[in-house]
Write a protein that binds this ligand. Sequence first.
Ligand SMILES: Nc1ncnc2c1ncn2[C@@H]1O[C@H](COP(=O)(O)OP(=O)(O)OP(=O)(O)O)[C@@H](O)[C@H]1O
Ligand SMILES: [Mg+2]
Length: 260
Amino acid sequence: MIVVENIEKHFGGLRAVNNVSISIEAGSITGLIGPNGAGKSTLFNVIAGLHKPTSGKVYLDGVDITGLEPHELFAKGLLRTFQVAHEFSTLTVRENLMVVPPDRPGEKLMNVWFRPGAVKQADAKLRDKADEVLEFLKLTHVADELAGNLSGGQKKLLELGRTMMVDPKIVFLDEVGAGVNRTLLYEIGDAILRLNKERGYTFCMIEHDMEFISRLCNPVIVMAEGAVLASGTPEEIKSNNDVIEAYLGTGLKNKKKENA
Ligand SMILES: Nc1ncnc2c1ncn2[C@@H]1O[C@H](COP(=O)(O)OP(=O)(O)OP(=O)(O)O)[C@@H](O)[C@H]1O
Ligand SMILES: [Mg+2]
């Protein structure tokens, strides 16, 4: 579904992403792991249109999407969530979902004046959709709560819920499990698995928790120092010496010395 070819992203002299080529199969839950500063979020930002790459190409279903704006990618069904949740804290949980779809007739002033019925109908539909999403995520009990009052984990679930409002093709999750307690983490994992199996969503997710990754992801791609270090099944990755060394912070540097 996604093909990333020779992506480079430099910030001044720093090669945050250094010649990365990966592909994400339709229907997969692909994991992206690696030590802090490995370039994972930067790669996501390039794919999802927040950063223009220094060079390289990104394809979605064979179509070149390199450098498209986030809203253009959104319209093509490519969505992302952020490492730090960004809910509208003064709107209710349900309202946070209802503001997602980009083509709400209610926002077009002409419609409000000339076709108020259409607006009401669309809002009722949106509300039903939002309620369905809340039920799927077991958040119905907080539907009318201000989003700012949710727990960290519930905010992450709400982030996931926002993607469900538009039935995406592929969702990029940046540390959706970070700072979330064990119970809620399990539920988030469950929701992701159900969305994948029952609704055919493809996911690519950055995560640090290996247990969580192993439960959900196959394949797992490992980045270190801007480059892809390894990819394989969770089992292969866990026993890969390069990966273990990269996490211990000695691997790549020693290797460079060996090669020098
Ligand atoms: N906008 C930016 N301007 C300059 N440098 C940046 C920018 N964004 C990221 N970097 C740098 O690029 C490198 C990769 O950062 P990135 O956030 O992609 O890492 P990451 O793998 O997501 O790490 P973490 O696991 O800590 O989230 C880091 O050295 C970071 O400081
Ligand atoms: Mg990151």
